[in-house]
Structures are given as C-alpha cells and as structure tokens.
Ligand binder design. Structure first.
Ligand SMILES: [Ca+2]
Ligand SMILES: [Ca+2]
Length: 494
C-alpha cells in the first residue's frame, strides 16, 4: 500500500493533465428560423446549401430532430438551459432583455456556456445566440449581436418590398416582421456576414484553454432580405410551391386552427392570387436567405479547417425551430406541425464516422447533455434531454426514446416518434399523422379506431405536470384566445 500510493497519485495527476489538454473545442452554430430546406434534408427540391450539406456529410445528420418550442425565445431558453418549457414556464417570448439573469433557479449560472466556463473553457459568442439575456452575463468574450439587418432607407423600391413599403401594408397581416425583397446591395452590410467576420480570426487564435464558441446567424429569419446575388441563385420562374390541398385544414380541430392562426401572418388567399404570385416571391426569398446564410456558415467552417483547432473541435449546427412556407396553408413558425418543429441538426466530432444519418426522435434539448459527454465534463442531473453520444456510435441500433416533445403555449403539445406525429391542444382535442403514409400531415387519424392504441401510448408520454407561465414571460395570445373561448362557452379545463 505504502509503495503503490504515490504511483497511483502520479497516474491520477497525469491523467488529469492529459484530459484537460485534450478536451475538444466546441463550435456551436445556431441558425434562426431555418426549416428542413437544406439539401441534405430534402425539405425543398431547390434549396442550395452546399456548405451545410458538406458538414452533414462529415458527421451525423439527425433527420428527425425537433425544437422544444416553435419560436425563438422559448426554444433558446430550452436548449441553453437543458430544460423543457413546461419545466421552466418559458412558453413564450421573454418580456425583457435580462430576465434569464433574474432567475437563478432555472437559468442564471446553469446555462450551457456558463457550465463550460465553470469547467475550464473559454466561452465566446457572436450574433444571435440567446433571446432574453445579456450576452456579457453568460459569455466571457462577445462580438456584435447584430439585429435583424439593415433597414431600408432612402428612396423606396416598391417592387422589391412586398409589405413594409406598400400602401396597403397593414392589410395582409399584422404583428410580425414578415417581408421579402432584394436588400441591401452588398453582403458586407449584412449582420450575418459581420458575425462570420468576427468569428474567423477568433478561430485562428491559439488558446490556453479549450473554447466554446457560439456563432448565431439571423437569416433566414424575417424580413427575408438579402442582396441580389442570392436571389439570382433561385430564378423566380423556376420556384416550386409546396402542394397545399384545399381540404387540408378541414380535419384539424377548431382549437388547432385557432392555435395556428395566432399571430396573423400573410394570408393564403392573398399569397396564392395570380398563380401564387406572392407565395413564389416569398419562397424565392427564403431560399435566397438560406443560401446566403449557408455561405456565411461555409466561411466560418473554412476558417476552422485552416486553423490550429481543425482536428480537435466538435461542430454542432442547428436551427432554433422550423418554418412553414405554404405547407398546412400557412407562412409562419408558431405551430405544432412538422415544418415548424423539425430542424436541421448536425454533429461532427474529431475522428467521427462520416456520412451518418440518424432518424431517431431527437431534440435541441439533447445538445447540452451531449456536449458534456463528448467533452468529458460531468453530467448534469437537471438536464432533461438525452446525450446523443451513443447515437453517434450507432445511429440505427441504439435503443432510444419513444418520441420528442414540442410545446407551443402552455397546454398545447406535440410528440414526434419514428413514425407518427401526435398533437394535443389545451382543450384535449387531438391530431395524429402517420408519416409512413402521409409525410405532409394531411390526414388526421385522431378518430381512427385502428389507431387507438397508438394514441393511448402517446397520451402517456405527454408532460405530467406543466408549471405556470414564468412571471417574466408574457402569456401567449393562444391561451388568451382559449380563456375568452372558455368564458363565452363555459367549457374547457383548468
Ligand atoms: Ca427563431
Ligand atoms: Ca388535413
């Protein structure tokens, strides 16, 4: 015992030193409002995203990954904290810019960059990463956060701007920044270009510690403005519109239709007039914005490749939620159907197997525990998601969860399994879609006798307890609609 003790100590010390110096860096790329319209996911046949596709080819693409809330604020609060909205009460956008800081129970000190900092990482961020927290509070080094982009000034170009500069601007919709057009003139005016510019030299530097660098991109979030060259990649006369059957919403429960009508986005009859004139322009602009942001991601990945860190950096790329561009008769996020919840999610690790595809139900909530495991940091008991590390080794054979949860306004939940999507609204009305036969979710099977067992199993996976709205989060207009509805009709649940 006497003889071996110092030897064991030496081994322990050596192991610790080696582990610290070998810890991988993390490049955490967050895209805003990007749906499955990237080449490798096949969401739209005309998407052009060579850099994201190449990244997916180098690592593992999760093709059945979903956000935990289909809008920016609660989705980001969830993946940064590793908790579901029904655990924190963050069901909606935060009502001020520093609210997460005030909540020490769920957020302050526990967000993913703070955890990495606590365990010896240098943490850095640029662009839109958080929504409702001051970056300086949770990252050690911060670049410009940017805004939604330069605002059109000077002489108007009425043909380029569909809403904001039209005399009838207020007619088609209200309450969102939805607009599209060619603007500004150069890429360098775009905040996303500037974010990449900030990240590129940061990646080239040597560091004493491993780093956690978050790079957030604002496009393709509205307004769908990018310079001309990105529109030229997607000629208008070739733009394909998703199929939108007239009957589709007939089998959606009334509550479901109301949930998806708030807030008001551009309305379909207006978009589809004159042979889909406005919808085609809108889709062209979204494709253009996606190609633009793909190129900025490419610039950052290229800088990593040429840096001293290329062989020792985990890259995670994902979007905070999806977006409908006509599917289910809507152009918006704020929803519980596939296009609003499904997100691109790619992970590459040093020496990882390339070209893997995983179709297990996964979520952004899984990123926090995954990165802890991949970086050898202590697991955090509070994390509600699952580490994806086993799926990176065996994306097909690993036993996995039944389904992944997305919540939009308290009490409105959807679960996505390998095969089905189940939705339950706050009045307990339901939808069920079979992706094996109905990939566009056109045929609601909630009242199908043949699917009663499937539905019963999904009900068992809904959240057992849903905490009230966090005091710093405005309650959703969806719930306000229900409150009014219940008052009038005397129905509903508490
Ligand atoms: Ca977003
Ligand atoms: Ca339908």
């Amino acid at each position: 015992m006497k003889f071996y003790f110092p030897k064991i100590l030496l081994v322990l010390i050596l192991t610790t030193v080696l582990t610290a110096s070998e810890k991988p860096n993390v490049l955490f790329i967050v895209v805003d409002d990007l749906n499955d319209w990237i080449g490798s996911m096949g969401g739209h046949p005309q998407s052009k995203t060579p850099y994201m596709d190449a990244l997916a080819q180098r690592g593992t693409l999760f093709t059945n990954a979903h956000c935990q809330a289909p809008i920016c604020g609660p989705s980001r609060a969830s993946f940064l904290s590793g908790l579901y909205p029904h655990q924190t009460g963050f069901y909606n956008q935060p009502s001020s810019s520093n609210i997460l800081e005030e909540d020490t129970q769920f957020f302050n000190g526990h967000l993913i960059p703070q955890y990495f900092e606590k365990h010896g990482y240098q943490t850095m961020a640029v662009g839109k990463v958080t929504h409702g927290i001051r970056y300086e509070k949770i990252f050690q080094l911060v670049g410009p956060h940017g805004n939604s982009g330069p605002k059109p000034k000077g002489p108007k170009k009425p043909n380029d701007f569909r809403f904001h500069h039209r005399p009838d601007y207020s007619l088609p919709y209200s309450g969102t920044q939805t607009d599209w057009g060619v603007f500004p003139e150069t890429n360098t005016e775009m905040p996303d270009y500037q974010s990449a510019d900030w990240a590129i030299p940061v990646l080239q530097q040597e560091y004493d510690q491993p780093f956690f660098l978050a790079v957030g991109f604002r496009r393709p979030h509205v307004p769908f403005y990018v310079p001309q060259e990105w529109f030229d990649l997607h000629p208008l006369e070739q733009v394909q519109v998703p199929e939108i059957p007239d009957y589709d919403l007939n089998d959606v429960p009334a509550t479901g239709r109301h949930v998806h009508e708030v807030p008001r986005y551009p309305q379909l009859p207006w978009l589809r007039a004159n042979d889909d004139e406005e919808l085609k322009l809108c889709i062209q602009a979204y494709l253009a914005c996606t190609s633009f942001v793909d190129a900025q991601i490419g610039r950052v990945l290229d800088a990593l490749k040429k840096s001293p860190h290329s062989e020792n950096t985990i890259v995670v790329l994902f979007s905070d939620h999806g977006y409908h561009l006509g599917e289910k008769a809507r152009v918006s996020k704020h929803g519980l159907w596939e296009e609003a919840t499904r997100v691109p999610m790619v992970i590459t690790t040093p020496g990882s197997k390339s070209g893997q595809v995983c179709s297990k139900p996964t979520g952004l909530i899984d990123l926090y525990p995954t990165l802890l495991e991949l970086c050898g940091l202590p697991a955090r008991d509070e994390n509600a998601g699952l580490s994806l590390a086993a799926l990176l080794n065996d994306p097909v054979g690993t036993p996995w969860r039944h389904s992944i949860l997305t919540t939009y306004a308290k009490g409105n939940n959807t679960l996505r399994s390998d095969r089905f999507r189940y939705i339950q609204y706050e009045d307990e009305s339901e939808e069920l879609y079979d992706h094996a036969t109905d990939p566009y979710e056109w045929h609601n099977l909630a009242s199908s006798a043949a699917h009663m067992d499937v539905i019963a199993e999904f009900r068992g996976h809904l959240p057992k307890q849903e905490v009230p709205y966090h005091p710093n989060v405005g309650s959703s207009p969806v719930n306000a609609w229900f409150a009014e509805h219940y008052k009038r009709h005397g129905v509903g649940r508490n």
